[in-house]
Design a binder for this molecule. Structure first.
Ligand SMILES: Nc1ncnc2c1ncn2[C@@H]1O[C@H](COP(=O)(O)OP(=O)(O)O)[C@@H](O)[C@H]1O
Ligand SMILES: [Mg+2]
Length: 288
């Protein structure tokens, strides 16, 4: 492959946001059963931050399973522990007690090196601010997680092109981030999150910077990926974004407040509401 990646020093590491979002879903998630394969299992998870004057109990015993193919929205007021939970799901931090399984790996037993390794190989992050590398093209940005593993052959290049096409960027392969709209940049980030075949996509407010037209497009892309069996875990403040998921987990004061499925009717009506909002904006733009 002839490109920037081969002929230069490694790019700066992709910045990891302190807030890590997670999305995932698949047909299997419609009726989760105890025999379904799990993307992750969280059991009695606690996290305490020890400060000089006090100990903050950010998570106080949170347990839930995410079957492969699920699509989970995590909600909760500010300070309820969402970021803390996402940091652990993203292998950025370890719990104080309890366990977090990713497939067969218990991350609470891992060394820092093992955590970094699993993070780069098996977790797909999507951030509110995209976090793309400006000097790299679309295809190169998608390959970055592979680059860190020393994987840079024609197979990897073809995989990145394939993912770019799947997220609707077939005609933008050699563009750089500043030549793309916000929605297109988020598509690159989503393709990048998939390049490692992750346990799940962790999305942190993935539509937080997007207008309603683009939000609708990105959520449609998540629907499509979930329909293909991808597990998605995302954090959002917006009810209508959360209602596109298959399940909503609410945290409160570091505890699991509720964990409810979203009915097909609710999901459909959230889709229709967003489509209508997007259409209204498009019509307005057309008139102006
Ligand atoms: N690194 C840290 N050191 C100390 N306290 C923290 C740290 N990170 C988060 N907290 C505290 O833990 C609690 C949960 O925070 P967080 O997970 O960021 O909540 P949310 O993302 O839902 O707003 C809050 O009381 C917050 O102040
Ligand atoms: Mg937060």
């Amino acid at each position: 492959m002839k490109n920037f990646l081969l002929h230069s020093n490694p790019p700066a590491p992709v910045p990891i946001s302190p807030d890590v979002p997670i999305p995932t879903a698949s047909p299997a998630a419609e009726k989760p059963t105890s025999t379904a394969k799990l993307a992750t299992r969280i059991d009695a998870l606690t996290k305490e931050y020890v400060l000089k004057s006090e100990t903050v109990r950010a998570l106080r015993g949170v347990s839930f399973d995410v079957p492969q193919g699920d699509y989970v929205a995590i909600m909760g007021p500010s300070g309820s522990g969402k970021s803390t939970l996402l940091n652990m799901l993203g292998c950025l931090d370890q719990p104080t007690s309890g366990s977090l399984m990713l497939g067969k790996d218990n991350i609470s037993l891992m060394t820092d090196d093992q955590l970094a390794d699993i993070r780069s190989r098996r977790i797909g992050f999507v951030f509110q601010s995209y976090n793309l590398i400006q000097q790299l093209t679309v295809v190169e940005n998608i390959q970055v997680p592979l680059y860190y593993q020393g994987l840079l052959g024609p197979k990897e290049y073809a995989r990145a092109v394939d993912l770019a096409e799947r997220v609707g960027l077939a005609d933008r392969l050699d563009h750089r981030p500043n030549q793309l709209s916000g929605g297109q940049q988020q598509r690159v980030a989503i393709a990048r999150s998939l390049v490692n075949d992750p346990y799940f996509i962790l999305a942190d407010e993935p539509t937080g910077n997007l207008d309603s037209v683009t939000t609708d497009e990105i959520l449609a892309l998540f629907d499509q990926l979930n329909g293909e069996g991808r597990t998605i875990i995302l954090v959002t403040h917006e009810d209508d974004v959360a209602e596109r998921a298959r399940r909503i987990i609410r945290l409160k004061d570091g505890m699991l407040h509720s964990d409810e499925p979203v009915s097909d009717e609710q999901r459909q009506s959230a889709r229709e509401l967003q489509a209508a909002a997007a259409l209204a904006v498009k019509n307005k733009q057309g008139l102006s």
